[in-house]
Design a protein around this ligand. Structure first.
Ligand SMILES: NC(=O)c1ccc[n+]([C@@H]2O[C@H](COP(=O)([O-])OP(=O)(O)OC[C@H]3O[C@@H](n4cnc5c(N)ncnc54)[C@H](OP(=O)(O)O)[C@@H]3O)[C@@H](O)[C@H]2O)c1
Length: 238
């Protein structure tokens, strides 16, 4: 691949789980990933060996100054926002601050990325926002995240129109073994994944590489904009 074809991908919240898989897939095909993290030093220390040469920049989607400063790292072919903050639990115990943090990470923060980085996008460039299957598969205790993830899908449609010809795409993962579920412990995770796989039409949980492939598809296919790529094993239908 010539330098001209090399794509620059800014991965906000890319210092863990699915972000690692996107960075690895980008490097493997000769692209240049850059990871944006709230704590670049801590994130660098946790990078797998294959990603040791990936540049890290400070990025906190709850801090507009840090978002604005990212323009110095451009131009970009893709700005991918993986950031998430959890606000799970029954409505009766809802924590207002947690709901705000969840919207900051997945909705307000990504809108600030659009505000400050749309002018740094190369022709054909794309913003990729992370939604999630909870939006299409609501369940008790997941109402806040279902709503946040649903907002991400509509944000991709709205920004595709407003930022055109810069593109905007949402990716909605199903349950993915990215490390996110490790808090359940080995037994809890095994049971959760077995139940998820049994219910999913794909009959398995996702791998981070499944999601990385969808992100690179969104980066490459310049006729894809204003839509949500459902990479959930059909879990929203289960
Ligand atoms: N894994 C799944 O099963 C699944 C299912 C549905 C949707 N998703 C979505 O897929 C995306 C990636 O998930 P994952 O499994 O890779 O989870 P993850 O490892 O928790 O990744 C989330 C990343 O976001 C970063 N982050 C959080 N708040 C931020 C902020 N304000 N500014 C910048 N970065 C911030 C975190 O970094 P810190 O180290 O700074 O905390 C972390 O690196 C998320 O949006 C998630 O909701 C995942």
């Amino acid at each position: 691949m010539s330098n001209h074809d090399q794509k620059r991908l800014l991965l906000i919240g890319g210092g863990s789980g699915i972000g690692h898989a996107i960075a690895r897939a980008a490097l493997e095909r000769g692209d240049q990933p850059i990871i944006g993290a709230r704590d670049p030093e801590r994130t660098a220390a946790a990078l797998p060996a294959a990603l040791h040469d990936v540049p890290l920049v400070h990025a906190d989607l709850a801090d507009e100054d840090s978002v604005a400063a990212l323009a110095q790292e451009g131009p970009f072919d893709a700005v991918v926002s993986l950031a998430a903050a959890s606000a799970n639990g029954p409505i009766a115990t809802l924590d207002r601050a947690a709901v705000h943090a969840a919207f900051d990470a997945k909705v307000a923060g990504p809108m600030l990325l659009a505000k400050h980085l749309a002018g740094s996008m190369r022709p054909g460039g794309v913003f990729v926002f992370f939604s999630g299957v909870a939006a299409w598969k609501p369940a008790p205790g997941l109402s806040a995240m279902a709503t946040v993830n649903g907002a991400v899908a509509f944000m991709a449609e709205a920004l595709a129109v407003e930022l055109a010809p810069v593109r905007a795409v949402a990716v909605s993962p199903g349950i993915v073994d990215s490390g996110l579920w490790d808090f359940m412990g080995d037994d809890g995770k095994r049971d959760f994944f077995a139940a998820t796989a049994a219910a999913n039409p794909a009959r398995r949980v996702g791998a981070p590489a499944d999601i990385a492939g969808a992100v690179l598809f969104a980066v490459d296919n310049t006729f894809v904009t204003g839509t949500t790529l459902q990479v959930d094993g059909g879990g929203r239908l289960a």
